[in-house]
Structures are given as C-alpha cells and as structure tokens.
Design a protein around this ligand. Structure first.
Ligand code: DMJ
Length: 541
C-alpha cells in the first residue's frame, strides 16, 4: 500500500513538473527554444565523441580478396566499364553540388530530397550508400570526401523516426562494407552507434521489431497501411547479415541474439501451403493477411536465408533448409509459365494467384542462380535454368517498352504478356533488380547475352534518365516523351551502377566465394570459420 502511495505521489509530481516545464516553454521565444535544442544537441555530440574514443575490440579480419581487381583486358569491355564509371561520377558530382548532406537529390530542381523512410533529418543517405561503389571504381577522392562528411556530420542522436529496414540495409550495410573495403575505423564505429539506436525497435511483446523507430526516444511503431498493425516480412527478415557482422566486429552477442530470436519464432509458426505471409503482428505473434510475395514486402527475407548460409561459409545449414523449404513452396504455388512461354513469379493473395510480377521480383533470377550450388537433391541445373528463365522474362519486360526500361509491375493475363497495364505501374525509378540478375547470371554462365542486355539497359538509362543535374526516374516507360519523377534514388549509386560496373569487370573483383552482397548491394565478407569469433563463442551459436 505504502509503495503504491509512493508511486502515485511520484507520478503526480512528475506530471506537475512536466506541466510546469511545458508552461515555461510556451513563454519562451522561438529563438530561445532553438538555442536550447542546439545546446542539447551539442551535449549529445560531445558525449558521442567521448564514446568514439573508446576503441572497439580488435578482431581478426576475414579474407578480403579482390577489392582492387577486375580490370578487363578487352578494350570494348573496358570502354563500357569506363562509361559506367563516368555515369557514377555524374550522379555523385551533382549530388555533391546540389544535395550534399541531404538524403537524396532532386536532379531537375537541383536540390536535396528525402522521403519518410529516412526520417526528418539530413543523414546523407546517398553518401553512405555510394561509398563502396566509389571505392571499387577507384574514385578515391570522392570516397575521401564522403568519409570526411560522415566523420564530421553523421549524427544519430536526432529526434527522427526512421525505417529500421532501410537504415539497416543502406546505412549499416553501407558503413560495414566501407569499413571492410577501406579499413577505416570511423565506418565501423558509426555502424555500431547506429545499430545501438535501432535496438529499441525490438522491444515488442514478441521481439519482432517495429517497422519504424525514433532514433532519439527509441519509440517504435508500424506503418499505418500494413495489415492490422503488422510488421513486414521483408523488413524484420532482412537484418540477419548486418547484425551477425555487428556481433562479429564488436564481440557483443546482442545483435546476433535479436535476429536468431526472429528466426526461431518464424520456425515455430504454421505456414499456409508452406508459404510465409508478408505480414506478422508483433504484439500477438500471429500472421496478418495471407499475402505472399517474392517481390515487395517479401523479397529480401528469402534472399537473406540463402545469404545467411553463404556468409557463414555454408555452416548455417538451418538457414539453408529454411531457404530450400520456402523456395519449394514458392515454385509450387507462385511460379507459372505464361501462354507465350514466359516463366513468371506471381503473388499469392488469400488463396488466389495474381498473375502479376513486380520489377522488385526480378532479383529472384539472381537468387536462384546463387542458391543453385548446394541445393537439395542436387538440383543445381534446375535452379540455374530457373534463374535464366526469370532473367529472360525480366528482359522481355524491358524490351517490350518504348524506352527499353522496365515498368514497376507487369501482367500475364488476358492476352497481356510482361507488360504493365495500370498507368501507376508504368514507371521506372532507377531500380537495380533486373541488372542484378543479369550480373549473377553472367558470373555463373558467362553467356554474353547478359552483358548485351546490361549494355542495353545502360544506354537506355543514359539516354532517358540522364539530365544535366544527375539521373532521374521516369513516369511512363511506354511513352516516347516521358516525364521525370525528379528523384535520384540512393540505390541507383549503391546498386544499379555497381552491378553494371561488376557486369563489365572480371570475376576477380569481389569474388562470390569470398563476398556476399546485402540486399542493397553492399559486399560483406564471408566469415570463414578459421577467423571468426562467432564459431568459437557458444553465445553466438
Ligand atoms: C533497394 O533499397 C533494395 O534493393 C531493396 O531490397 C529493395 N528496394 C530497393 C531497390 O529497388
């Protein structure tokens, strides 16, 4: 009773104090309030600086093979590769000039751009996302400029609500890759600081993280549009690679435990027809709507099962099994051949197959090829063939347009084959997935058609998306006079241009036996058993 009374009094006192503070605030001028905020900010920056000086524990670095290689001997291939490097420079220089420090660039308006995934702060998303592409292209001055900005300005103690998934794949993935490639400690330190800010998102009744978290307060919530307050499979299921690396680099199992908890929870759940629905409620631990997709909302969850196995030097067989089971169910229920003989991956919606495929889904061609080796019942040939068929279908979706750039989504229904029907699905926003699949198929087959298709896409991007202030998405790939969306997406520099550059490089640049690319195309090294602390430390098992 006494304890209750004491608590009640404390709550009353806190409440009154907060009211007083609010009243005081209202009396203050705008300038005074701003000055206070600034002082608060400076305090936090000072604190962080103190923390910065605490070195992270030294870990033996994995084999960092093939980070300065890849120069092709063939002059024609060399020329194409140089053209792609020039496009990167155009994208970067314009961002540098007109959008520096902002998240993205508006290449027509020539100013900064941002969306709600990055929150309300200027976090330099394009800088972080572009670093490793700059590095492998040998754009070292630009890389150093980016490093300097990150060192001086990238601050995570901001009152800003960000997407946990996007920040993980673009920022943590980008910083970790920059660290492994360059060896510069600042990237590792920033990645770890940022990861600490994401951890409160996991404070839910189930441990399935919220989609968004406020970096300062740690308060999380989900997207209003996602099936009855659900978290999204492709979001909470795309943390594994980065979080395992964080535990590896810091020696702190907290990150590893978070993602393994998600995996264990998913393993225990029933799956309708063996398929994973896109929505899961983090309060109840129950599935939301029974929609399944290998495109948006589902895609990189499957990708990370396969890549968890690859990055563990193929020792994480639990992940491989989950991948094999999922892919078998997908093949059975979602993959079909159109009347015209095109293999496509549809979407499952409440017991019905929608015969529509997204641009995002096209990444799966590369995934099938990457997972071919080590597949169940030794079906390597089958999966390589499936990858080739998806690559072909996605190329058709580009080839059947006026601009030779693929639409956001295309149908296989009522006489329509690989063509967008709805006006709001005809746009191309500089996405990488089709080129990503060309590159994986090239690495595994060396069939020259993949370089040819990649070059077609390069030329189309340069012709229709390039403007004097950078590169922009286009609103209708079937129109001969397209309008621009005026956004240079950060993934254009992180992924689209990187995959193109790799497609015209020799295979000894970032070899797939040593590197695994996260879903934003940031290369992370395979953690070979011999040099990881993970294998030796039972806390990580
Ligand atoms: C990127 O941020 C990543 O590739 C993600 O997995 C899906 N969407 C974009 C690119 O289209």
């Amino acid at each position: 009773r006494e304890e209750e009374e004491r608590l009640r009094n404390k709550i009353r006192a806190d409440h009154e104090k907060a009211l007083e503070e609010a009243k005081e605030k209202l009396k203050k001028s705008r300038d005074e309030i701003q000055a206070e905020i600034q002082t608060e900010k400076n305090k936090v920056v000072q604190e962080l600086k103190k923390k910065d000086s605490k070195p992270l524990p030294p870990v033996p670095l994995p084999n960092l093979i093939g980070i300065n290689s890849g120069e092709p001997a063939d002059p024609d291939i060399q020329e194409k590769r140089n053209k792609i490097k020039e496009m990167m420079k155009h994208a970067w220089d314009n961002y540098r000039q007109y959008g520096w420090g902002h998240n993205e660039l508006k290449p027509i308006a020539r100013k900064g751009h941002s969306t709600n995934i990055f929150g309300s702060s200027q976090m330099g998303a394009t800088i972080v996302d572009a670093l490793d592409t700059l590095y492998i292209m040998g754009l070292h001055d630009e890389f150093r400029e980016g490093q300097e900005w990150i060192d001086k300005n990238l601050d995570f103690s901001v009152n800003s609500e960000v997407s946990v998934f996007e920040v993980n794949i673009r920022f943590i993935g980008g910083l970790l890759a920059a660290y492994y490639l360059s060896g510069q400690e600042v990237f590792k330190i920033k990645a770890v600081q940022l990861a600490g800010k994401l951890l409160p998102a996991f404070n839910t009744p189930t441990g399935i993280p919220w989609a968004m978290v406020n970096l300062k307060s740690g308060v999380g919530r989900n997207w209003g549009w996602a099936s009855a307050g659900s978290s999204i499979l492709a979001e909470f299921g795309t943390l594994h690679m980065e979080f395992v690396h964080l535990s590896y680099l810091t020696g702190d199992p907290v990150y590893y435990n978070k993602v393994m908890h998600i995996r264990k929870l998913l393993q225990k759940m029933d799956r309708p027809n063996g398929l994973y629905p896109n929505y899961l409620n983090p309060r109840t631990g129950r599935w939301g709507q029974h929609h399944t997709s290998v495109g948006g909302l589902g895609d990189s969850f499957y990708e990370y099962l396969l890549k968890a196995w690859l990055m563990s030097d193929k020792t994480d067989t639990e992940a491989r099994k989950m991948y094999d089971d999922a892919i078998e169910a997908i093949e059975k229920h979602l993959i079909r051949k159109s009347n015209g003989g095109l293999t496509f991956i549809g979407e499952w919606k409440n017991g019905h197959l929608e015969r529509k495929m997204g641009h995002l889904t096209c990444f799966a061609g590369g995934m099938f090829a990457l997972g071919a080796d080590g597949s169940r019942d030794d079906k390597a040939g089958h999966y390589l063939q499936l990858g080739a068929e998806i690559a072909h279908t996605c190329h058709e979706s580009y080839d059947r347009t006026t601009l030779k750039l693929g639409p956001e989504a295309f149908k296989f229904d009522g006489g329509v084959e690989a063509v967008a029907v709805r006006q709001n699905e005809k746009y191309y926003i500089l996405r990488p997935e089709v080129i990503e699949t060309y590159w994986y198929m090239w690495r595994f087959t060396h069939d020259p058609k993949y370089r040819q298709w990649g070059w077609e896409a390069t030329q189309a991007i340069d012709k229709y998306c390039r403007v004097s202030g950078g590169f922009s998405g286009v609103k209708d790939v079937y129109s001969s006079s397209p309008t621009y969306d005026d956004v240079q997406q950060s993934f254009f520099l992180a992924e689209t241009l990187k995959y193109l550059y790799l497609l015209f490089s020799n295979d000894d640049l970032l070899p797939l036996d040593n590197w695994v690319f996260n879903t934003e195309a940031h290369p992370l090294p395979v953690l070979h058993l011999a040099n990881t602390t993970l294998s030796g430390n039972p806390a990580y098992r």
